[in-house]
Design a protein. Structure first.
Ligand SMILES: Cc1cc2nc3c(=O)[nH]c(=O)nc-3n(C[C@H](O)[C@H](O)[C@H](O)COP(=O)(O)OP(=O)(O)OC[C@H]3O[C@@H](n4cnc5c(N)ncnc54)[C@H](O)[C@@H]3O)c2cc1C
Length: 423
């Protein structure tokens, strides 16, 4: 964007273009999530009269990703950006060193992302993180996923979906901290019903190699063997040995670059966006921060970041998605709120034996009647919430939702037909 606005730009990349999202994040994760969902699709198809024989599964290898690396690189070259391959080191307010050569620039943008963090327990080096999960050669006999955030629940769903007996262990009492509490609780229940061994208030304290297996000792002294242990226990901003502190850039305790609302660090010429700032760690947020900054610096339109009402999805099985405030956060922010909810079996599943329930919830600020939060667990929740997010961003009221006609029969129509207040 900066180059298209006329700036002379160079980019230093030590890994593969597209960063985490394209190479070891959103894209390959969603492909695996699709793969894992098919098992249930075969069951649904059978309930509708299809007989396609017994399905079997072969763990897919990365093909699509190489294509995307090329797409990003061509987009950069097409915009006139100079590509420098190598690890960049900040040498001062206007200097960056790559491969022993010093480059000077009026502005420096740090967008080095984040990296998985392993817990400090004996044997943790035997475990993998999401980085390696995309390159497994074979499916493990049994998998343990440790963590309670979106990456943990997504991978537990993927392993379980492709037929690997899977345990999800989380030290907290509810999955998906930061999401609406009911959403986290219900997701745990749905995942357990689909066969994931969900263990809350539980984490491993020691890993030991036992032949091809890993023996895991849990906090409650129970012991279990797994073919694979994956930690999804948080990510740390990539700022170590980057020269930032020596250049005068302030870092937070977690290593994140401290920035103001224009993404400017404590050094006037150095900016930071994306996961390295640890604000809202999502691809569309990182991309938007980049657009806002390019506009600020090269279009003479100072544009602060806008982190309100960022929609987000979790591609667990079942999917879930949210926009706006959780019930708890809304109560804190607004005091009096109205809550509407509904829970039902989706029409598509009524012919099947599955007990999966779709759940939807609207949070309404009582005084203004504005919808300040919308949450869903159910098929294609991300696709549904993306549309609802426009209404929430525009400040739609509950009456606006009610005045919108449903599309029948769909799952999504329930968002405009919720009449009874839950409380
Ligand atoms: C498993 C997983 C699943 C995810 N799923 C989703 C999802 O479904 N939806 C979503 O919105 N977000 C998702 N995310 C989050 C998303 O990937 C990140 O928010 C996004 O990639 C952040 O972009 P970024 O540019 O800040 O950092 P990154 O994408 O991490 O890019 C940083 C780049 O900087 C390079 N680099 C680092 N240090 C240097 C250096 N010193 N010199 C040169 N280059 C350097 C790295 O090689 C990398 O290419 C997921 C993340 C993970 C890990």
């Amino acid at each position: 964007m900066s180059a298209t606005y006329g700036a002379r730009v160079a980019i230093a990349e030590s890994g593969r273009f597209g960063g985490t999202c394209v190479n070891v994040g959103c894209i390959p994760k969603k492909l695996l999530s699709y793969a894992a969902h098919f098992r249930e699709d075969f069951e649904v198809a059978a309930a509708y009269g299809w007989n396609a024989g017994a399905p079997s599964f072969d763990w897919p290898k990365d093909r699509e990703i190489h294509r995307l690396n090329g797409v990003y690189e061509r987009a950069l070259t097409g915009a006139g950006v100079e590509i420098i391959r190598g690890r960049a080191l900040v040498k001062g307010a206007n200097e960056v060193e790559v491969n022993g050569r010093t480059h000077t620039a009026r502005h420096i943008l740090v967008a080095t992302g984040a990296w998985p963090r392993l817990p400090q327990i004996p044997g943790s080096e035997l475990a993998i993180t999401s980085n390696e999960a995309f390159h497994l050669q074979n499916l493990p006999s049994r998998a343990l996923v440790v963590g309670g955030g979106y990456i943990a629940v997504e991978f537990a769903s993927i392993f379980n979906g492709v037929g690997v007996p899977t345990t999800l262990a989380y030290r907290g009492s509810r999955l998906l901290r930061g999401f609406d509490a009911e959403i986290g609780e219900r997701l745990g229940e749905e995942m357990a019903r689909k066969g994931v061994d969900v263990r809350l208030n539980m984490d491993p304290v020691r890993l030991v190699k036992l032949g091809a297996q890993i023996e895991v000792l849990f906090r409650d002294d129970s012991v279990q063997n797994y073919g694979l242990v994956m930690f999804a226990t948080g990510r740390r901003p990539v700022t170590r040995d980057l020269g930032l502190e020596a250049a005068g850039v302030k870092l937070a305790a977690d290593g994140a670059v401290v920035v103001d609302k224009y993404s400017r660090s404590t050094v006037d010429s150095i900016y930071a966006i994306g996961d390295v700032t640890n604000r809202i760690n999502l691809t569309p947020v990182a991309t938007a921060e980049a657009m806002w900054l390019a506009r600020t610096l090269f279009r003479n339109q100072p544009t602060p970041v806008d982190h309100a009402n960022v929609p987000t999805a979790v591609f667990a099985n079942p999917n879930l998605a949210s926009v706006g405030l959780s019930e708890e956060a809304a109560r804190k922010a607004h005091g009096a709120i109205d809550v509407y909810k509904t829970s039902f079996r989706a029409l598509k599943l009524t012919l099947t034996g599955t007990s999966e329930r779709t759940f939807m919830k609207l949070i309404v600020e009582r005084a203004s009647q504005r919808v300040v939060g919308a949450h869903m667990i159910g098929p294609d929740a991300g696709e549904v919430i993306q549309g609802v997010a426009i209404a929430v961003k525009l400040g739609a009221t509950k009456a606006d939702f009610d005045a919108t006609l449903g599309i029948h029969p769909t799952v999504a129509e329930e968002f405009v037909t919720m009449r009874e207040k839950a409380h």
